[in-house]
Design a protein around this ligand. Structure first.
Ligand code: AMP
Length: 396
């Protein structure tokens, strides 16, 4: 049972339904290079249209300062239509005359996309007057854009307060996964956190140690912890000025009974380069003139053992420099192990944020995880324990 209002509670027939979606697709020379975000919102659009609702899509695109034809959603409307297999009308403004005429022309089951909400400054300011202009166009509001839910903008937060608001299917799937991952997880919960730096993930680490049973630290950020423990890290990426922060996180973990699992060995090379000559050293014997680019085989064994002990794994960040072979091996081995345990029904695995999706795709296992969030910033803020305004506004 989710604690959020969903489409199950919405009676959309004959209603004008304002649906906030994420259509901020990557585009090169007017062509969409990855349609994942479009694919993700199709079930919600189809369901509302099939139930006889009038679908009015709201989205932002890029970061325009005012109206800018280069950041028009018009080409995206055509792409949505072709993925949906039915026409999608387009209005070249999201409020005012152009928008209301297009909305008035809709029949039950029709779909309309309104122009980029960020063409108006009121969007990012969550300006009540702009919210009212948008609200006039609809009877109900559905938010299917988890990836924009960390922002309190007019179309992500204000509207949910102005109209009866519901989570769309993609938002619902994300909230269900996040609840299973950290809010009401099956224990033990193991978090795996990697990536380049501690400095970008201090809030995240502090929140996790208070919530999970064990925290695996890998990637460049592990070097900061290794240095803080008084060991040499050679030429490795390490934020030596954050030694005190690392120690504070370790103390918090101790107080919260959270085990910290750090690498016991590292794959080292003289240079950050694909195919660089490399050797594995114990973590207390890292050569001064080399850098750690991946976790070593004994560390991988420990990480796999931690995954075996877990009922739930939450993962953010690669365990090594996964973009350059062979320093992808630790990340790939751990990801494949978590995927295998998930396929066997022994593990709930939730991953997301930044490079994590790319790393799991590289390991070929993104489809085997219970849930992989592509939401970036919103997923990270959730891992940091922050409340997301767009989500809070949908609480039942
Ligand atoms: P983040 O965006 O913080 O998750 O960091 C991801 C980046 O961390 C990737 O580009 C990895 O190549 C990098 N990374 C992971 N481990 C290491 C390492 N041991 N040394 C240098 N970079 C690393």
């Amino acid at each position: 049972m989710t604690a959020f209002r969903t489409l199950d509670q919405a009676d959309v027939k004959g209603q004008r339904v304002l649906v906030r979606v994420d259509l901020n697709v990557p585009m090169e020379n007017g062509r969409i290079t990855d349609a994942t975000r479009i694919e993700r919102v199709l079930p919600t659009i189809r369901e509302i249209a099939d139930k006889g609702g009038r679908v009015i899509l709201l989205a932002h695109f890029g970061r325009p300062k005012g109206r800018d034809p280069k950041e028009s959603l018009k080409p995206v409307a055509e792409a949505v239509a072709s993925h949906l297999g039915k026409p999608v009308a387009f209005a070249d403004d999201c409020i005012g005359e152009a928008a209301s005429q297009a909305v008035n022309a809709l029949k039950d089951g029709d779909v309309l996309l309104l122009e980029n909400t960020r063409f108006h400054a009121g969007e990012e300011k969550n300006d009540p007057a702009f919210v009212q202009e948008l609200a006039k166009l609809g009877d109900l509001y559905v938010n299917d854009a988890f990836s924009a839910a960390h922002r309190a903008h007019a179309s992500t937060e204000g509207l949910a307060r102005a109209l009866p608001g519901y989570a769309g299917r993609s938002m619902q799937a994300e909230l269900d996964a996040l609840t299973k991952g950290l809010e009401a997880p099956k224990r033990p919960v193991v978090a795996i956190v990697g990536g380049a730096k501690v400095s970008t993930k201090i809030d995240l680490l502090e929140n996790l140690v208070a919530k999970v049973d064990a925290l695996v630290i890998g990637g460049g950020m592990a070097n900061t912890f290794v240095h803080a423990a008084g060991l040499g890290v050679g030429k490795s990426l390490a934020e030596k000025d954050l030694a005190a922060t690392a120690m504070r996180i370790i103390e918090k973990a101790r107080d919260a009974n959270c085990a910290i699992i750090l690498p016991v060995d590292g794959v080292c090379a003289y240079e950050f380069k694909a195919g660089a000559v490399n050797h594995t050293y114990g973590i207390d014997a890292i050569p001064e003139d080399q850098m750690i680019l991946d976790v070593g085989s004994q560390s991988i064994e420990r990480i796999q053992a931690a995954i075996n002990d877990a009922a739930t794994v939450v993962w953010n960040g690669p365990l090594g420099a996964f973009e350059i072979a062979p320093f992808d091996q630790g990340t790939v081995a751990a990801a494949r192990h978590a995927a295998q345990r998930t396929r066997e029904g022994k593990l709930v695995s939730v991953a997301g944020g930044g490079d994590t999706v790319a790393a799991l795709n590289h390991a070929g296992v993104a489809d085997s995880f219970t849930y992989v969030s592509t939401a970036g910033g919103a997923f990270l803020e959730w891992l940091e324990g922050k409340s997301l305004p767009g989500v809070e506004a949908l609480r039942a």
